[in-house]
Design a protein around this ligand. Sequence first.
Ligand code: PLP
Length: 256
Amino acid sequence: MPTALTIAGSDSGGGAGIQADLKTFHARGVHGLSVIAAITSQNTREVTAVHPVPLTHIRSQLAAVFDDFPVAAVKTGMLGSAAITHLVAREMRTRKPAWLVVDPVMIATSGGRLLAADAVDAMVHELMPLADIITPNVPEAEALLGEPIRNAKDFDRAGAALLELGCRAVLLKGGHAEGRVVVDRFYDERGMLELRHPRLKLEGHGTGCTLAAAITAELAKGQAPRTAVRRAVAYVHRALVRSYRPGSGSVHVLRH
Ligand code: PLP
């Protein structure tokens, strides 16, 4: 079985983060490894606390998994702090996984901050240049570039600007934009690929984590990036159609 690794945060509510990634890896037929970078105290209503894992223990988790498993693809999610982002970038530079997907997780839909403000610089200048695919949503891309994204032209400009950061491809997700159809746009050296799906009238939790994990799983199985992204977008849509409300909050969690 191909093996994929997630380096991300734990969601005690089981809907996002490491928990979503491992469910996705399992559902997509890859063996899932996890390096926990931060621990959130979280439910379907709010994030009440964030505890960054000590750097020595992130390093030892990485050493443990890379010493043993043939890691085919890696994704990063919530990293929390600048120091953790530096460390993960340094480790990825030396360990050189065949595929690296970077989900620049910054703020939870419920409003909790998941990346320190002073970590954005390390994300942009250290981690993103190593990435095969980055998967920002619109608010994240706006925060990374410092420019608003309102229409198709802005999307294309942002896609080009994000590629300039040195990553090989950008999946700019349209879920936070308006309209009855969600349009995600994938930018690489071949140009732009549009992925469209109907907007569902519900608030999903963990959709971004699941999408990046599904892309990573497809890459681990040997799919090319464009195919991996197409399959992953379709997978998240299917899982969202079948989603359910596990807690008292309004958010829906994906059914894998
Ligand atoms: N908690 C953790 C640990 C995450 O990694 C993420 C997203 O990436 C979230 C919460 C936020 O999930 P959402 O914005 O889908 O609610």
